[in-house]
Write a protein that binds this ligand. Structure first.
Ligand code: FAD
Length: 382
């Protein structure tokens, strides 16, 4: 499709944001009969939160304080693994440990929770149990939890988008959305200059950028919380190379394979978030710009020093890199760490839907909730 400044009124639906959610939604809408254009400001798909995350395919264990998120993870896990088998790393032992002190849950609570959501817990072999300091760790379980490879997911998204016939515009940043003659008019900044896209419906799937786009369009922001996050990428010492570990549930840490780099990610509940803010009023921070302009200093030494108290062998892991992204959540998530998806229709303008993703693996909750009958019939220019 030409990217001239002329309005193109043949496009029925625009999806703004080529992360995992935008890609999956674009394919879903196209397969539901809409004519779809996907607009992404970067030069490739899945360059932001869908790449820079912990790569955990959740199976419920992580949410002992939110039964509903635990249960939805249990439902989505087999579906995700089945559908994206070629993007999954399951060749490691995944361990959940419960901290002895300062934890929001005890081992008994954790076992009860896993029983309620039907998530299997197995005893760990003694050579793994002995890796943990019993003074700091109450219990250790082997679980079924995997990691995904975001670069393979990106390839898979390209394959699906092409097969479905979605038009993808890279380097295309939507700067404003307005309404004109019953349609939505998207102003787009791209290497070719300013263009526009006129559609009947648009989906704002820009994650940490949802509100800057709304506010630039004269629409009140949605209450959201943002955190600048650091995850270290590390080489594990030999005895930990084939395992992933999460210590529950509070100011502890996770260390698990990050398949797209062949390393482990290392995150710590206390040190991974460097700063946070909430959107309110008409002034909102542009999260991408804020992250890019800040001079952030790694906190890996703090992460590893604390984590080695629980798992002493971690003291020998070697930091190779750190990856940084803004994590955006609903303020309600702070209460119970739950991860519901936000899906709000007609936000400020009829036909504009906002989607805030929560986790990669619960994308199906979003797809199942986008009613196909909301997609207007395709209309051609007179
Ligand atoms: C530190 C961290 C750890 C996480 N760990 C996990 C985990 O282990 N497992 C899990 O399932 N989930 C995890 N998540 C959550 C998960 O990464 C997100 O829920 C998911 O990636 C969001 O997908 P998305 O497509 O909505 O967002 P993104 O992947 O960020 O995509 C949004 C896209 O919109 C584009 N964009 C923004 N503004 C515009 C504009 N104006 N015009 C055009 N394009 C625009 C961006 O460039 C970007 O490509 C984690 C997140 C973070 C940050």
């Amino acid at each position: 499709m030409p990217t001239s400044s002329a309005s193109d009124i043949r496009r029925a639906v625009a999806v703004i944001g080529g992360g995992f959610y935008g890609c999956m939604l674009a394919v879903h809408l196209r397969e539901s009969g809409a004519e779809v254009v996907l607009l992404e400001k970067h030069d490739d798909l899945l360059m932001r939160a869908s790449l820079v995350n912990q790569a955990r395919v959740h199976n419920g264990y992580h949410y002992p304080r939110s039964l509903i998120t635990g249960l939805r993870s249990r439902v989505n896990f087999p579906r995700f693994v089945e559908e994206f088998r070629a993007c999954i790393d399951s060749a490691f032992d995944k361990i959940y440990a419960v901290a002895a002190n300062h934890s929001h849950v005890t081992a008994r609570h954790f076992v009860n929770f896993c029983t309620r959501i039907g998530a299997p817990l197995r005893p760990v072999p003694s050579h793994i149990r002995e890796l943990f300091d019993p003074q700091h760790v109450e219990a250790v379980y082997a679980v079924e939890e995997y990691a995904f490879d975001a670069v393979r997911l990106r390839r898979e998204m390209w394959r699906r988008l092409r097969a479905a016939g979605v038009e993808v515009r890279l380097g295309a940043e939507v700067t404003r959305i307005g309404r004109e003659a019953g349609r939505l008019r998207l102003e787009v900044r791209s290497p070719e200059g300013a263009t526009e896209q006129v559609v009947e419906q648009a989906f704002n799937c820009t994650y940490s950028q949802i509100n800057p786009l709304l506010v630039r369009s004269g629409i009140a922001p949605i209450p959201l919380k943002h955190e600048v996050t650091e995850m270290a990428l590390v080489e594990m010492p030999g005895e930990l190379a084939g395992i992933g570990v999460t210590v529950m549930c509070g100011p502890f840490f996770s260390c698990m394979p990050y398949p797209s780099r062949g390393l482990h990610s290392f995150s710590h509940v206390r040190y991974t978030p460097h700063t946070s803010w909430r959107d309110s009023g008409r002034e909102v921070l542009d999260a991408h710009e804020f992250l890019a302009r800040g001079s952030w200093k790694t906190r890996f030494p703090l992460m590893v020093r604390d984590a080695a108290r629980y798992l002493p062998a971690l003291a020998d892991c070697r930091q190779v890199d750190s990856i940084w992204e803004v994590k955006t959540v609903l303020p309600a998530s702070e209460r119970d760490d739950g991860r519901p998806i936000l899906l709000e229709h007609d936000v400020g303008l009829p036909g504009l839907t906002c989607v805030l993703a929560a986790k990669i693996d619960n994308v199906f909750d979003m797809l199942d909730a986008v009613p196909v009958d909301r997609i207007q019939p395709h209309r051609r220019a007179a």
